[in-house]
Design a protein around this ligand. Structure first.
Ligand SMILES: Nc1ncnc2c1ncn2[C@@H]1O[C@H](COP(=O)(O)OP(=O)(O)OP(=O)(O)O)[C@@H](O)[C@H]1O
Length: 441
């Protein structure tokens, strides 16, 4: 009977160890810690401490528990009836209690990082594996900061962007590919939130990862990321949200022998739900024609349009479904200064109507007064696309100590591209800046 009871206890203990390990793996993934640490005693609690932003508590905890176990092990060889046995036992219990106090501190830190009440720490104490599974796998449990790791000499901020109710929240941990059996990072550690009504410039040299970033944001090529639009998960609710994102590619996708009206009409059929009536679709097409100044040329063939008119039509096609996020890849390519300015003024008015507009352009300085913010992407020393800056245009000049976007671009471009090769410097400076802001916040 006793043997059977022991068996039940052992099995229950093994199960709870396995479930706790699985829970820790989920937490480590969320916090940018290697999941393998979840299997290693002591080291796993230390890494849990890193997730909890309590590194020194974690170190003390690990030391006390190791000493405690060593003492326990020594006691196995001591005669149970001797005074020495009781003395060593008391020392062991003292270390265990001290370790426990630090473990409680770590779990309180974890509650803070995950934005939960401290009472959750009590749950950790009594129902360890259940709580670990909740923190690790419940999507509502999101850490407000992830663990800073130093790789390839360039600091990772790990500072998650807070979700904005009205706007776009981007938390990209990484975007990787397998190249010759080796994992290659295309993007890493990009965290930002863009409120509605903002027009944002996406700046970066050739190969910095602008297109990869936009593909990750729109869900076209998924990354290890959490992307929220008005607090809805773009990856999780892609089918529902895909028409809420308008993407205008550099190359216009339209048939040259269709009329402007037909082109928009086809776009309406594709982009509006089938529940929208024919009359309502027609009405929407006419509204958009007027909105983009295309009414007078509604019967012209696409091939006869000027560069500026084609681009307006291209944008109008995306505008049909009234998306709240508008992304444009070099909309001004090939357009002269006056026409380009007119186009950007239109984009500004779209942003002013409560949308988010994100634009890549290689000639930003001529229209920079129309933008609110800039996202600067740069290739770090391991050739991975990193965030070198995100913030207002005014503050970006101060941050880089430059007077124009062209100068900023030159400072982060590599020397062989004719730049100053300072990408790593600014990536680190920005990572430290936002980590500090997060701590103060
Ligand atoms: N699917 C992929 N497989 C392999 N490498 C890729 C893939 N997608 C992007 N890359 C690489 O990632 C890097 C960034 O590419 P990306 O097209 O995002 O840069 P970009 O900033 O848009 O450049 P440009 O301004 O020149 O268009 C490049 O080195 C590119 O070769």
């Amino acid at each position: 009977m006793e043997l059977q009871n022991n068996y039940v206890v052992d099995t229950a203990q093994t199960f709870s160890w396995i479930l706790y390990t699985i829970g820790l793996m989920g937490i480590f993934k969320k916090c940018n810690v290697r999941r393998v640490w979840a299997f290693i005693p002591f080291a796993r609690e230390y890494h849990l401490g890193l997730c909890a932003n309590r590194e020194s508590d974690a170190r003390t905890y690990a030391r006390f528990s190791v000493i405690g176990y060593v003492i326990y092990f020594i006691n196995v060889f001591v005669d149970e009836k001797s005074n020495a046995y009781f003395l060593v036992l008391i020392v062991y219990i003292a270390f265990e209690i001290a370790a426990m106090v630090y473990l409680v501190r770590i779990t309180i830190g974890l509650c803070e990082v995950f934005g939960r009440k401290k009472s959750w720490a009590a749950l950790w104490f009594f129902f360890e594996w259940v709580t670990a599974l909740i923190f690790g796998y419940n999507k509502k449990f999101v850490p407000q900061r992830t663990v800073v790791r130093i790789k390839d000499g360039v600091v990772v901020s790990g500072a998650r962007a807070d979700a904005v109710d009205d706007g776009l929240t981007v938390n990209i941990n990484s975007r990787t590919i397998i190249d010759l059996f080796k994992k290659k990072y295309l993007l890493k550690d990009i965290h930002l939130s863009i409120p509605k009504g903002h027009m944002v410039l996406l700046l970066g040299g050739s190969g910095a990862g602008k297109t990869t970033f936009l593909n990750a944001v729109t869900g076209y090529e998924k990354a290890d990321a959490n992307i929220l639009l008005d607090n809805h998960d773009i990856y999780g609710e892609y089918e529902k949200l895909k028409y809420d994102i308008g993407f205008v590619p550099q190359q216009d996708l339209m048939r040259s022998n269709d009329t402007v009206y037909l082109t928009l009409h086809d776009a309406a059929s594709l982009r509006l739900p089938s529940s929208v009536s024919y009359r309502a679709k027609k009405k929407r097409v006419n509204e958009v024609l007027e909105e983009f100044g295309l009414g007078a040329i509604r019967n012209s063939l696409v091939e006869k349009l000027s560069g500026g008119q084609r681009k307006r039509l291209s944008i109008a096609m995306e505008f049909i479904s009234d998306p709240s996020l508008f992304i444009l890849d070099e909309p001004d390519s090939g357009l002269d200064g006056v026409v380009a300015r007119g186009l950007f003024e239109k984009l500004r008015s779209i942003a002013d109507s409560g949308k988010i507009v994100v634009v890549i352009t290689h000639t930003p300085d001529r229209v920079i007064d129309l933008f609110d913010d800039v996202v600067v992407l740069a290739k770090d020393s391991s050739r991975c696309g990193r965030l070198a800056y995100y913030g207002s245009i005014e503050d970006s000049y101060k941050f880089f100590g430059k007077n124009s976007m062209e100068e900023i671009l030159l400072s982060i471009n590599q020397k062989e591209e004719g730049g100053e090769g300072l990408a790593d410097v600014y990536i680190e400076r920005y990572a430290q800046l936002i980590s500090k802001e997060k701590e103060v916040g």
